[in-house]
Design a protein around this ligand. Structure first.
Ligand code: DAH
Length: 339
């Protein structure tokens, strides 16, 4: 029995030394010291020993048990150390390595210019409001004095959800929404996306952006419109900018005008940017039609107002001599980085 015990000690020592991992250690512990373990089963045979031998073997067995327990603890500590060392090696950070460069983006040119435009109008006391892109025919056309058979509809064909609901072709419906809710004085601009069923080319996109403006109060005249737009243009394109108003027609304003800025590239001489005209058209505007006011429950005998609408892409294209609108939407960083 003594030899058997010594053999167990040897075997346990070897196996413990080779154990790789805490799980293996635990199964070795059970194998030797567990209730059905090798040491235990030997001790169970002690009954067959003589009274003389029993204490000696008992003592040896206890020694071996203590020895194995000690070895288990020692090996467990070793394994833990090895594991830590391995982890430190793997997770080592070399602070002298070059870092990963994160390229910082910046605002899109359309956003840069829209922010500039908003700031100019906010500076003149305008509020910024938003309207829905999916709009009722009523707001987009009817209330703006563009009935079903009006030829103006032909130039603004769009995407219809059903007979009464469409993707708005202009930001002008926001005028109606604001006037229905808010009584004068009104002074708002409303930027946003608009849609038309146009094929994509250098100057057309089925989605583009407009900025609407509306002022309604007692005693608003065309002089207020001119002053506001002149101020806007000078802030936007520089103090020496020259503005021209050309008579035009819009169903929802009367009188109506288109506004040109003298070409800031050639100062009126005529160049490639202004296509030889010396002037660049930037927006449409006019005095709010009395019918539109009364459609919104505002008495045209008491109040008057002006409205304006400009295309954001156009304004930005002209400011930077960009000749292809598609550049705005293609996300080519070689283009976008230039702003
Ligand atoms: N909504 C017009 C368009 O898309 C632009 C416009 C013209 C807006 C005159 C106005 C305005 O508010 O007074 O062509």
């Amino acid at each position: 029995m003594k030899q058997e015990l010594e053999a167990i000690r040897e075997k346990a020592m070897r196996e413990l030394e080779e154990a790789k991992g805490q799980q293996v250690l635990e199964s070795l512990r059970i194998q030797y010291l567990g209730k059905k373990g090798e040491l235990t089963s030997i001790l169970k045979q002690m009954g067959s020993l003589s009274a003389e031998e029993r204490p000696k073997i008992g003592q040896l067995a206890n020694e071996i048990r203590a020895f194995i327990e000690q070895d288990l603890v020692k090996r467990a500590a070793e394994l833990k150390e090895e594991e830590t060392a391995r982890r430190l090696e793997k997770e080592k950070i070399d602070v002298t390595m070059p870092g990963t460069r994160h390229e910082l983006g910046h605002k899109h040119p359309l956003s840069i210019e829209l922010d500039a435009i908003k700031e100019i109008f906010v500076g003149m006391g305008f509020e910024i409001v938003e309207g829905p892109e999916v709009e009722y025919d009523y707001y987009n056309f009817e209330a703006l004095n563009i009935p079903k058979d009006h030829p103006a509809r032909d130039t603004q064909d769009t995407f219809y959800i059903n007979d009464n609901i469409l993707l708005r072709t202009q930001t002008s419906p926001v005028q109606v929404r604001v006037m229905e809710k808010q009584k004068p004085p009104i002074r708002i601009i409303s930027p946003g996306r608009v849609y038309r069923s146009d094929a994509v080319d250098a100057t057309h996109s089925p989605l583009f952006h407009q900025i609407e403006g509306l002022v309604v109060d007692k005693g608003i005249t065309f002089a207020d419109l001119k002053g506001t737009l002149e101020t806007f243009v000078k802030r936007m394109y520089g103090e020496d900018s020259v503005v021209r108003f050309r008579p035009h027609h819009f169903p929802f304003t009367e009188p109506s005008a288109e506004v040109d800025v003298q070409c800031f590239n050639c100062h009126g001489e005529g160049c490639r940017l202004c296509k030889g005209e010396g002037w660049i058209e930037i927006l449409g505007c006019g005095m709010v039609h009395p019918k539109v006011l009364s459609n919104c429950g505002i008495d045209p005998e008491v109040y008057s107002g002006f409205a304006l609408g400009m295309g954001l892409e156009r304004v930005v294209m002209r400011k930077y001599s960009i000749d292809d609108m598609r550049l705005f939407y293609e996300n080519d960083v070689r283009f976008l980085r230039q702003f």
